[in-house]
Write a new protein. Structure first.
Length: 381
């Protein structure tokens, strides 16, 4: 456990929005399928030829409906997004999630949530989380005196629910878990996980980051959204960046108990102007195209099976991933493999300590996967 620095606990609307990264300026000149998008004019020659399999992006791009929605907004780019558009998106999400619209808060707001919970809990309030993992919420809480309490994954590379339960104290303000986990890609047993959330949320709010859950076939059954509907002290975060293919127009949402949702909105979360006109329009269009989500899920699953087959052929230990990335033991320091892969034109990103010999590779287009798999075979032969 490590103590983070303490700063002002006063949150203004402007500071919250700046911290959350809501503001986005975008100029869209043309729209083409993701496979055909060229590198930007100011990119280096190396970047133009490098296959990026490091950020868990969706290479298949968003629904064609997104392009249509953005084009309709072209003539209104001189206007700020309005509350009506944001409310319509919130209502659309509420219908999709089968939850009252008052419990939907728009935005990529994990850091806003960390700031709010850390401020309300005061200096020394604790936030449990699995390590390694995605730490936007934990890092934000640190800015207002929060204490991160890291809990290593268990031997199966899952959230260690037994140890997490033991770490809960009167100082615990939040329990933040990612399901499926990043970087391991493992998904929790639905019954066991929900039972843990029911019990732990009686002591502190449980926040479940489900950024990758829609890559699973039974995500509705697995989702902790059912607990939010039941009135538990649980929050669920989703993003349009991943399976919906909107990483370039980032937007997400949180499902929360009514009191927490109202408090976040008072801090400026979900503000239409901060979300951006294009982001709101794109999200609404993406959510409406369920067929596109199914196609992406099916295609990624097929490519994932091929990746797992290659890892087995190479006798590389790997996790049971349910996401759009694979995670495996390289048998050598990850930076060494990453450098070798980059020499073959493949970017696989950074290491994830303490798994210093493990690599995470995003599942790309079929031809990108074949290049990466061929490179991996050559390097490890």
């Amino acid at each position: 456990m490590s103590m983070y620095p303490i700063s002002s606990t006063r949150l203004s609307r402007r500071n919250v929005l700046k911290a959350s990264g809501f503001a986005l300026g975008a100029s869209v000149l043309s729209l083409r399928p993701a496979q055909a998008i060229d590198a930007s004019a100011d990119a280096t020659a190396n970047a133009k030829t490098l296959t990026r399999l490091s950020l868990n992006e969706n290479p298949y791009g968003p629904s064609p409906l997104v392009a249509e929605a953005i084009r309709r907004e072209f003539t209104r780019l001189n206007r700020y997004a309005d509350a009506t558009a944001a409310q319509q998106l919130a209502e659309q999400i509420a219908a999709y999630e089968r939850i009252p619209v008052e419990q939907v808060v728009l935005g990529e707001i994990l850091n806003v949530l960390g700031l709010y919970l850390g401020s309300e809990g005061g200096p020394g309030s604790e936030f449990l989380y699995s390590t390694p993992g995605y730490l936007a919420l934990i890092d934000a809480a640190a800015h207002v005196g929060g204490v991160g309490v890291p809990v290593p994954l268990n031997e199966q590379y899952h959230n260690d629910l037994v140890t997490l339960a033991k770490k809960i104290t009167p100082r615990t303000r939040g329990i933040y878990l990612v399901n499926p986990h990043n970087p391991t890609g493992t998904v929790e047993d639905s019954h066991v996980f929900k039972q843990f959330l029911r019990e732990s949320s009686q002591h502190a709010v449980a926040i479940v980051d489900e950024a990758y859950l829609e890559y699973t076939d039974d995500f509705e059954e697995r989702s902790a959204a059912s607990l939010v509907r039941d009135g538990a002290n649980v929050m669920v975060f989703r993003t349009f960046d991943k399976i919906h293919g909107l990483a370039g127009l980032p937007i997400g949402y949180v499902l929360a108990p009514r009191s927490l949702a109202d408090a976040l909105r008072k801090q400026g979360a979900g503000d239409a102007e901060g979300l951006g006109r294009l982001n709101i329009a794109a999200a609404g269009a993406a959510l409406s195209d369920t067929a596109q989500i199914t196609r992406t899920r099916t295609t990624v699953a097929k490519e994932r099976e091929q990746w797992v087959s290659v890892l087995r052929d190479l006798n590389l230990p790997h996790t049971d991933t349910y996401t759009n990335f694979v995670f495996f033991d390289t048998g050598q320091p990850q930076p060494k493999l990453a450098a070798a892969m980059r020499a073959h034109g493949i970017d696989i990103g950074r290491a994830h300590p303490p798994y210093t010999n493990w690599a995470r590779i995003t599942i790309g287009l079929p031809e990108e996967n074949l290049r990466a798999q061929s490179a991996l075979r050559q390097i490890l032969r």
